[in-house]
Design a binder for this molecule. Structure first.
Ligand code: COA
Length: 254
């Protein structure tokens, strides 16, 4: 079975992380499939709304760290950056259903969703610094804007998890429900949107985002350049090596 499932029903395209044995960690190939799906959703008139979801126990463990070592995203054309740009550019409504851990890009992709529903077991984290890296998905711009600088600094510099209630408080999450209900909740809301006039949805979303669309893409490019460079630096090598060897990283000399 594929690591990414896509399904179209009643105008709703649902993209599902389906790699439970690796906690839905995302490889370059998976980013490629998701970027293609979102790009298809953009042009396909049968798609009115897109939902991205995981499993009730895990949304995503973020980038697959082993795959990072084999397929480092060192240029802006890497699948991961293509996926992020496709999400930022999607004019149609985008909904996320998050239960369990949402690590790294599992959290930052939510900045590009219009509605986010979370299970009460959701744990959001952006541990880029802990991996010797820097933020992506324009999260260095959008997290301070949404959370306020100090709360964003806590999330991005310390990289510790924050939970469903706190995520709702800072405005990252619309509603918290039991984990077994989160995917169904997203589908209910998606179907409501799919029944509305698409041109009005698109225009409303475009107007809400018009002040920041170009800035978001520019920030993504800045981040991608730093990220690609930092992947080859000693801190990231130490962090990835430690993860693969299941030990704590030692940054004391870095
Ligand atoms: N990349 C590659 N493999 C990953 C992974 C990742 N990001 N996250 C989990 N896995 C793998 C583990 O190596 C393990 O594989 P194994 O069974 O072959 O040893 C398997 O998935 C299960 O992971 P485990 O850590 O045992 O699950 P858990 O339920 O105890 O914890 C997480 C879940 C998500 C909290 C934890 O796996 C984690 O923190 N992962 C790393 C997250 C991360 O740093 N991502 C990068 C962000 S940029």
């Amino acid at each position: 079975m594929s690591d990414i499932l896509t399904h179209l029903d009643a105008g709703v395209m649902t993209i599902t992380f389906n790699r439970l044995d690796k906690k839905n960690a995302i490889t370059a190939a998976m980013y490629g499939v998701m970027a293609d799906a979102v790009e298809q959703a953009r042009s396909d008139t049968a798609v009115r709304v897109v939902v991205i979801q995981g499993h009730e126990s895990i949304f995503s463990a973020g980038n697959d760290i082993a795959d990072f070592l084999n397929n480092p995203p060192t240029t802006t054309e890497a699948h991961v950056f293509r996926f992020l740009r496709s999400m930022a550019a999607l004019e149609k409504p985008l909904i996320a259903a998050v239960a369990g851990p949402a690590v790294g890009i599992g959290t930052t992709l939510l900045f590009h969703c219009d509605l986010v529903y979370a299970g009460d077991n959701a744990a959001f984290s952006m541990p880029f610094v802990n991996l010797g890296l820097c933020p992506e998905a324009a999260s260095s711009l959008l997290a301070p804007r949404l959370f306020g600088y100090h709360r964003a600094a806590e999330a991005l510099l310390l990289g510790e998890p924050f939970y469903a209630e706190a995520a709702q408080e800072v405005g990252l999450v619309n509603r918290v429900v039991p984990p077994t209900e989160v995917n169904a909740m997203a589908q209910t809301q998606a179907r409501k949107l799919a029944a509305k006039p698409l041109a009005s949805l698109i225009e409303t979303k475009r107007l809400m985002k018009s002040g920041q669309a170009a800035q978001v893409l520019a920030q993504m490019d800045l981040e991608a350049a730093s990220f690609g460079h930092m992947l080859n630096e000693p801190a990231a090598k130490e962090a990835f090596g430690a993860f693969v060897q299941k030990r704590k990283p030692d940054f004391s000399k870095l």
